[in-house]
Design a protein around this ligand. Structure first.
Ligand code: CAA
Length: 249
């Protein structure tokens, strides 16, 4: 039995996969620092009620993850208050799908900034603490489309592939201090992000999935719990695919 409570920082905490991750980590005795976008700030109370999450199990940090200075200050403050950090889940992400020939520079930058560039601001202060603790886990939520590419997602596929490179390089740098860094590559998962796709496009993709259904957010969260647990202490630099057989590599 630990004499302290484990602390996990989860970005995109109020999203489809983020919510499932928070719920399962709380069931496994973690306290969550939940990073959410400032525009979601007034959703906190309703979210707690809907998900039946006790306020004592969570600390909210509303910050634009593209605002480097604000992220550093917000995370430093949260970590000083909690006293330690055991797990970081880089889960926040957006899509702005468009065929590349029609894609604007703004669409390109928005996705690269939010899904990849922000990893520096979020991960750097956490990684320094984990090195000092000689212990920690980092899990980056990438995508099947970072592994295989997807028509209409040059920005998203580039960012998610970048996340996999980041995972491998950081795993090498963390290993001496027992900081394990892994990625999870979900396939198409039943979340508001996927449900926002055109029905006919999504139907076409569903037909390509050998297991013939979308993933459940809980199935992604279960892998986060595993990669955070003592059972996975010898896994680092790995990308775990959970895609119903859509892509095998
Ligand atoms: N492969 C090849 N060609 C394709 C294609 C595909 N998958 N999809 C469309 N095209 C072709 C069409 O046949 C059409 O060809 P013609 O011009 O010769 O008729 C042309 O491309 C249409 O291009 P448009 O840009 O006009 O198409 P559009 O504006 O209607 O739609 C799109 C483009 C929005 C990118 C649409 O294709 C789309 O939504 N694609 C799916 C993107 C996707 O999978 N997003 C995942 C979101 S969820 C997520 O990202 C989570 C996760 O990690 C999995």
């Amino acid at each position: 039995m630990l004499d302290y409570r484990k602390i996990a920082l989860v970005t995109g905490a109020l999203g489809g996969i983020g919510t499932a991750i928070c719920r399962q980590l709380i069931q496994h005795q973690y306290k969550i620092i939940a990073v959410l976008t400032p525009s979601d700030e007034n959703r906190e109370e309703k979210w707690l009620q809907t998900e039946a999450i006790h306020p004592q199990d969570i600390r909210f940090l509303a910050v634009d993850i593209n605002d480097h200075q604000a992220v550093i200050e917000g995370i430093e403050h949260a970590l000083d208050t909690e006293g330690r950090i055991d797990l970081l889940v880089n889960n926040a992400g957006i899509t702005q799908d468009s065929a590349f020939k029609k894609m604007s520079y703004a669409q390109w930058c928005a996705v690269l900034d939010t899904n990849l560039r922000s990893l520096y601001s979020i991960t750097h202060p956490v990684f320094l603490r984990m090195l000092a603790q000689n212990d920690g886990r980092i899990i980056n939520i990438t995508s099947v489309n970072g592994l295989r590419g997807q028509f209409g997602q040059t920005n998203y596929s580039a960012a998610k592939a970048g996340m996999i490179g980041f995972t491998k390089a950081l795993a090498l740098e963390g290993a001496r201090n027992r900081v394990c860094v892994n990625a999870i590559a979900p396939g198409y998962t039943a979340t508001p992000m996927v449900n926002a796709m055109k029905v006919e496009v999504l139907d076409g993709i569903k037909q390509q999935i050998p297991l013939n259904r979308l993933a459940l957010p809980e199935e992604i969260a279960a892998a986060v719990v595993f990669l955070a647990s003592d059972h996975s202490g010898y896994i680092t630099g790995e990308t775990l695919s959970i895609n119903g057989g859509l892509h095998m590599h």
